[in-house]
Unconditional design. Structure first.
Length: 283
């Protein structure tokens, strides 16, 4: 039986760090996947700002489960040097925050291009980033984001085969649904390499994001399988995406479709947390 531990992208509850900490306290969650603070990406923090955030997190009894960075969320056909320099700064920020993990991606591919044509360059860049992270004592965690190299099962498996033991992997059911992937089939292939999960769900019909268990991501069944397979601590990071929140425009270009409406970001955040807790209680 797994030991599930909840974390959250608390920027979906409020832009200000104070609001994020209040939301975490109300939801009884003591981990955060830090992504945006006061409307600014964690990648843009100065060293002094990171130190101040660390003090405030410590004071609230909140630790980072991972740094929710945008690294690797860049075009593969754009120059790498500038992005790599930002990544080096991110490693420093991560260290200042006392965090040992960075959520990252495997680069956006040109529209309608053959992914195989970009495989070598994707792997070269990831190898460079992993080496730098290793030297800093930080582990990179790849997320299956729509439009990047590792957005479908087969290419996530390629990444796992190439970087197993050097990089961790995040399983996001909603992202797979939006790529036309059957999440149960993806789980069967990838489950041995999954480090932790992002908890959000989606509908196959239009990709609309819904609360966990309300969509086609088989979230409850996957968590049940995870519970049977693992005996260690497994982090589940709540990522609602149930209503537009400050900073969303910085995360993705497409407009989200919503079938579940909430009066506020805080209400949506609570609904997402409750949906996950209902699934866990049933286990």
């Amino acid at each position: 039986m797994a030991k599930f531990v909840l974390s959250a992208f608390a920027d979906e509850a409020g832009a200000a760090l104070s609001d994020q900490l209040d939301a975490l306290r109300e939801e009884r969650i003591s981990l955060i996947e830090l992504r945006n603070v006061d409307g600014n990406s964690c990648a843009d923090l100065t060293g002094a700002e990171a130190d101040e955030i660390k003090k405030r997190l410590d004071g609230a009894g909140v630790r980072l489960s991972s740094l929710g960075s945008p690294y690797g969320k860049a075009p593969i056909d754009a120059p790498f040097d500038g992005h790599l320099e930002q990544f080096r700064r991110g490693l420093e920020i991560c260290g200042r925050l006392g965090c040992g993990q960075i959520r990252m991606f495997s680069f956006y591919l040109p529209k309608d291009s053959d992914p195989a044509a970009w495989k070598d360059e994707v792997f070269r860049r990831l190898d460079t980033m992993i080496a730098l992270a290793d030297a800093a004592g930080i582990r990179l965690m790849h997320e299956n984001e729509k439009g990047i190299y590792g957005d479908v099962t087969s290419r996530c498996a390629e990444l796992a085969d190439a970087f197993r033991g050097r990089m961790g992997f995040i399983f996001d059911p909603a992202n797979f649904i939006q790529c036309g992937v059957d999440t149960l089939e993806a789980w069967e292939t990838l489950h041995g390499d999954i480090s932790y999960m992002h908890i959000k769900d989606a509908l196959k019909a239009d990709g609309a994001v819904v609360a966990a268990g309300h969509g086609d991501g088989h979230v409850a069944e996957i968590l049940g399988r995870l519970n049977r397979e693992r005996e260690d601590e497994v982090i589940l990071t709540v990522e609602p995406h149930l209503t537009v929140f400050d900073g969303l425009k910085n995360l993705q270009s497409e407009t989200l479709i919503h079938h579940e409406s909430y009066p506020s970001s805080r209400a949506a955040f609570h609904a997402a947390c409750e949906a996950l807790r209902e699934i866990l209680a049933a286990l």
